[in-house]
Design a protein around this ligand. Structure first.
Ligand SMILES: NC(=O)c1ccc[n+]([C@@H]2O[C@H](COP(=O)([O-])OP(=O)(O)OC[C@H]3O[C@@H](n4cnc5c(N)ncnc54)[C@H](O)[C@@H]3O)[C@@H](O)[C@H]2O)c1
Length: 268
């Protein structure tokens, strides 16, 4: 018996990285998992892996930054699995070309990041919540970021999207608590995924060195693994977290516990 036997779960950006780990973890626990992604090959791969696990997989090729993509994903899930019990709003982009200050960042780049990282949360809520209400409850979880809590230079749109994600999560938790819908978020620190790999534009050897450097920013001395985020997401989605809503859990090896002074020269 899996903890999510028969539950209908949607994972946005569910093919690779944190979403890929969560899709497989839910399937391992018996869930019926819809992988929504723009990467067709990776999406089909993820669903193929699920056929060896306890749950079923469905791949939906869709762009999370559009209303048609989000509606199509919810509709396909209801048709295949009879409802929507859990939405893991994981999708997020931070293109290397977007590491610019607000003066330099093209408006189109701002719009795209906000649409994929934040508007998708609104759209998935809009289309999935009526099904949760009809079923008597549900859980919605976002992958926000430590960058929704503190900031860094050159990431205006990404930072705004992650702060907005946390604020929307709190707001939705109030509107839909009466429907037994819990709304939560995780804030990862640096996690070893294709996103992190692509952010630096590095060779394999350079990336391996960079991973060691990024690890030094985290008190546990290393960056995280996608499975370490998936573990927390499954806990939040489960009845073990039945009294949690409107809150985020930071999973960052201790990074946010440090003050700004902690990494500076001469800090003690
Ligand atoms: N990796 C990190 O260090 C880190 C840290 C904090 C927060 N996050 C957040 O975690 C989430 C997942 O990040 P990741 O590192 O696993 O990313 P990733 O780039 O490794 O994987 C993202 C997945 O989303 C898919 N995707 C991209 N654009 C899409 C779109 N428009 N519609 C549907 N699918 C789309 C990709 O094909 C891929 O499968 C994001 O919200 C990200 O902001 C990541």
């Amino acid at each position: 018996m899996g903890e999510f036997d028969g539950k209908a779960v949607i994972v946005t950006g569910g093919a690779l990285g944190i979403g890929g780990a969560a899709s497989l973890a839910f399937a391992r626990e018996g869930a019926n998992v819809t992988v929504m992604d723009v990467d067709v090959a990776a999406g089909n791969d993820a669903v193929a892996k699920m056929s060896e696990l306890s749950g079923n997989g469905l791949f939906v090729e869709a762009d999370a930054g559009t209303a048609t993509g989000c509606k199509k994903t919810v509709d396909a899930t209801v048709e295949a699995f009879g409802g929507v019990d859990i939405v893991f709003n994981n999708v997020g982009i931070q293109p290397r070309s977007s590491y610019l200050d607000a003066v330099e960042l093209p408006e189109e780049a701002w719009d795209r990041i906000i649409n994929v990282n934040l508007k998708s949360r609104f759209l998935m809520a809009k289309y999935s919540i009526p099904h949760m209400q009809a079923a008597g409850g549900g859980v919605i979880i976002s992958t926000a970021s430590v960058q929704g809590r503190q900031s860094m230079p050159g990431v205006s749109a990404y930072a705004a999207s992650k702060g907005g994600d946390l604020s929307l999560m709190r707001q939705l938790s109030l509107d839909f608590a009466k429907d037994n819908i819990r709304v939560l978020a995780v804030n990862p620190g640096s996690i070893n995924t294709p996103m992190l790999r692509n952010a630096g534009g590095l060779s394999d050897a350079e990336f391996a060195d960079a991973v060691k450097d990024y690890g030094k920013d985290h008190p546990l001395g290393r960056i995280g693994d996608p499975d370490e985020i998936a573990e927390v997401v499954l806990f939040l989605a489960s009845d073990r977290a039945s009294f949690m809503t409107g809150e985020s859990v930071t999973v960052d090896g201790g990074m946010m516990a440090k003050g700004a002074w902690a990494g500076g020269a001469g800090a003690e």
